[in-house]
Design a protein around this ligand. Structure first.
Ligand code: NDP
Length: 474
């Protein structure tokens, strides 16, 4: 038994992670259900001169035996049942103190369940979110670890070594027990949905409201990438917009069908937010927008009746668009962070928002200058509300006016701004000391005798309401 660590599942992600681990000087045992993939992997390792540190083992028991104890075994197979099947096969082969490190895109509640299941058996279970796609896995992903803290110590040096590096700090951290790592990864993806949708909304204003062509829009995004919006997503937006189709010579983006795919993590984060009772309108809006995008035929039919949005043009300053995007981003991150803070409270995870912001600064899809600011802001501040953190208060004061102008002009130009407009409403609602839920409470008492509160008089009070014909119980 001489491998430092083992890895089962040599698909796209697993193979790249394994090469990354070997490159950092660790010996890695590898296994895969179908042995053809093991051969492919070894050929790849040979090409990169890393095969000396890879131990291929087609037999699962022999694979487990080849790893140094206490063992750390990474599984990187398809999420869902394959993960449970893999755990069932591994557990009889493992010893107390060994750990299974599951790195796929698992639902955090599945991870929590697996963690609870293995706890009494004495086998550590780590549910790890890995962001950054295949490229990240190969050269440095952001790694969000959750699960057994003790067993984490054995794997820590390897996972920290393969993670992205941000100015000398590894973008890998243990965040909390059980499903904490996969929960944070899920919310990361939800935030990513919001970022992408808000960028797409601004692109829509440029294209349909301002009549800019793709190349002009690309120039603006490239410029923005030098400023406060500097981020991976803004950078790739510039590249996507400037790409030209080889066949027609037209901008590629104009040929791409406007139906967005989704694999589920956006929906998971929206559901998690709702279940926790935390508003996350940016995530919800982004998921809704992707669903609307998939109804192409209905959109075509409705445009024939109601006319084309943006047909009359729109006036907006490019500067305002930049600030609107920044304000939307502040609101969206405020929401995402408060979802994590509530989940942490409910599950006793002790999530540190500053640590999360730090490990998102490199390696993952939402990496940005903004996250660096966020990490700094949270370091000396225990609050979890980004809208109340001084640096962001100043930014929001500067940017909510532009957001307001963009949303107002967009609405008059009939352009859809699902995320940006809801971000603005969220901001306005959450800074309004006297809201309108007093009326809701009156209505609830009227039809269902649910009671209301009057300061100084107590709670569970009732009104004397007139009888109506349809006074049905709720
Ligand atoms: P691939 O489709 O490339 O590979 C899937 C792997 O799972 C293969 O090794 C396959 O083995 C194995 N597998 C599937 N079913 C079983 C089973 N029942 N028992 C044993 N092994 C099984 O997947 P990816 O590498 O893309 O993804 C792996 C995980 O990583 C997923 O959870 C995914 O969501 C996640 N992920 C993917 C990212 C990406 O950009 N692709 C980014 C971040 C996370 P076999 O060769 O025998 O079929």
């Amino acid at each position: 038994s001489e491998a430092d660590i083992g890895l089962v599942g040599l698909g796209v992600m697993g193979a790249n992670l394994a090469l990354n681990i070997a490159e950092k000087g660790y010996t890695i045992a590898v296994n895969n259900r179908s042995s053809a993939r093991i051969d492919d992997f070894m050929a790849m390792a040979r090409r990169e001169g890393l095969d000396a540190r890879a131990l291929p083992e087609a037999d699962l028991a022999a694979f487990v035996r080849s790893v140094r104890t206490p063992r750390s075994i990474i599984i990187m197979v398809k999420a869902g049942k394959p993960v449970d099947d893999m755990i069932d096969q591994l557990v009889p082969l493992l010893d107390k103190g060994d750990a299974i490190i599951e790195c796929g895109n698992s639902l955090f509640s599945d991870t929590q369940r697996r963690f609870e299941r293995l706890k009494p058996v004495g086998i550590g279970y780590l549910g790890v979110g890995v962001s950054g796609g295949a490229e990240g896995a190969r050269h440095g992903p952001s790694i969000m670890v959750g699960g057994s803290r003790e067993e984490w110590r054995n794997a820590e040096p390897v996972l920290k070594a393969i993670a992205a590096d941000f100015e000398g700090e590894s973008c890998c951290a243990w965040l909390g027990e059980g499903g904490a790592g996969h929960f944070v990864k899920t919310i990361h993806n939800g935030i990513e949905y919001g970022d992408m949708q808000m960028i797409a909304e601004i692109y829509g204003i440029m294209r349909d409201g301002l009549g800019m062509d793709a190349a002009e829009a690309a120039c603006v995004f490239k410029r923005w990438n030098e400023g406060p919006l500097n981020s991976y997503l803004i950078e790739i937006t510039g590249h996507v917009l400037e790409a030209v189709d080889g066949e027609t010579g037209r901008p590629l983006v104009e040929l791409i069908l406007d139906k967005a795919g989704q694999k589920g993590t956006g929906v998971w984060s929206a559901i998690a937010a709702q279940e926790l009772g935390v508003p996350a309108t940016a995530i919800e809006g982004a998921v809704a927008a992707r669903s609307i995008s998939s109804r192409k035929d209905e959109r075509i039919a409705a445009e024939a009746i109601y006319g084309r949005p943006g047909a009359g043009g729109m006036a907006a300053a490019i500067d305002d668009l930049e600030k609107a995007l920044l304000a939307g981003k502040i609101v969206s991150y405020t929401q995402g962070l408060s979802v994590m803070a509530r989940a942490s409270e409910q599950n006793g995870w002790g999530l540190q928002l500053s640590t999360i912001a730090k490990i998102w600064r490199a390696g993952c899809i939402i990496r940005s200058r903004f996250l660096g600011q966020m990490a700094t802001a949270f370091e000396g501040d225990a609050s979890t509300n980004l809208l109340m953190v001084p640096d962001f208060v100043a930014l929001m004061k500067e940017c909510h006016g532009p957001l307001r102008r963009v949303v107002a002009a967009g609405a008059m130009a009939e352009l859809p701004l699902i995320c940006l407009s809801s971000a603005l409403s969220y901001f306005d609602a959450s800074r309004q000391a006297r809201g309108t839920a007093n009326l809701i409470q009156g209505q609830r008492d009227f039809f269902g005798a649910h009671g209301f509160e009057i300061e100084g008089r107590g709670s569970d009070l009732h009104g004397v309401w007139p009888a109506t014909i349809d006074k049905a119980a709720e």
